[in-house]
Design a protein around this ligand. Structure first.
Ligand code: UDP
Length: 232
């Protein structure tokens, strides 16, 4: 097993050439990692939730890098060539959308809104449009089209799935990569670190906003998400 890289929340190793092992750490970061903490148990929760959601997407015919969950903190995935893009889908106003456009949080959008961000830490991941992505050579036009189509499909599936479990999917971020068979798949993670999830009845925030804005115990929120999606 060869060490590939260590990010803010994960460590990635190469396995058997065309696969990777992702190790989920307990680190929580926010606001360009200016806020940090070690929250024991977060990695296990994110690996469990992420594995479950990737499996759901695979069952519904969405390509992802997911192969299997191999331990509490580790998942085996296909090695992918990632695009330096983040695709955000929104159903309800929150976060940077409110800040950028002066909107109130919690307004339901008439239809899902998809945004592209350039994955560049030193530029603070700026919002970009398709033409910018093409100009920067981040992907080809048909690849961007495919990512946007897949992101909306993922939204449809996840929104319905969470709704069935009493949760509102406010917004989420996806990353994409080219898999060994050259198809585009969803990579990275799908967890309460990367999705905003609110309790459908009480409106309680159960995602990383708890950590960002000191709204309460992060693990308690993530545990509630896991219990819900496991059918509790
Ligand atoms: N998000 C993420 N990683 C990022 C930026 C955003 O996972 O680097 C997720 C975030 O958790 C939320 C959604 O993408 O679910 C939209 O985030 P937003 O643009 O509102 O930015 P934020 O409020 O996180 O600054």
């Amino acid at each position: 097993m060869k060490f590939l890289y260590e990010g803010k929340a994960k460590i990635v190793y190469e396995v058997e050439g065309d696969k990777c092992l992702i190790h989920f750490k307990d680190t929580a970061t926010a606001f360009d990692a200016t806020k940090r903490a070690n929250i024991e148990g977060k990695g296990v929760l994110n690996n469990t939730i992420s594995s479950l959601l990737f499996q759901l997407l695979e069952e519904k015919g969405i390509r992802t890098h997911f192969i299997k969950k191999v331990s509490d903190r580790e998942m085996l995935v296909w090695r992918a060539r990632k695009y330096d893009l983040e695709v955000v889908v929104r159903n309800i106003t929150a976060g940077s959308l409110c800040k950028r456009l002066g909107l109130k949080e919690g307004e339901k959008l008439k239809k899902p809104l998809v945004e592209l961000f350039y994955k560049r830490d030193d530029l603070h991941d700026p919002l970009i449009c398709t033409e910018h992505a093409l100009f920067l050579g981040l992907a080809e036009r048909r690849e961007i089209r495919e990512m946007l189509r897949m992101a909306l499909e993922v939204n449809k599936l996840l929104k319905g799935f969470f709704r069935d479990h009493g949760l509102l999917l406010v917004d989420f971020k996806l990353e994409f990569g080219k898999l060994p068979d050259r198809t585009i798949g969803v990579i990275d993670e799908i967890s309460p670190d990367t999705c905003r999830l609110w309790d459908a009845k009480t409106g309680e925030k159960l995602d990383k906003d708890r950590f960002r804005f000191d709204l309460g115990d992060l693990l308690e929120g993530y545990r509630k998400v896991l219990e819900r999606v496991q059918g509790g």
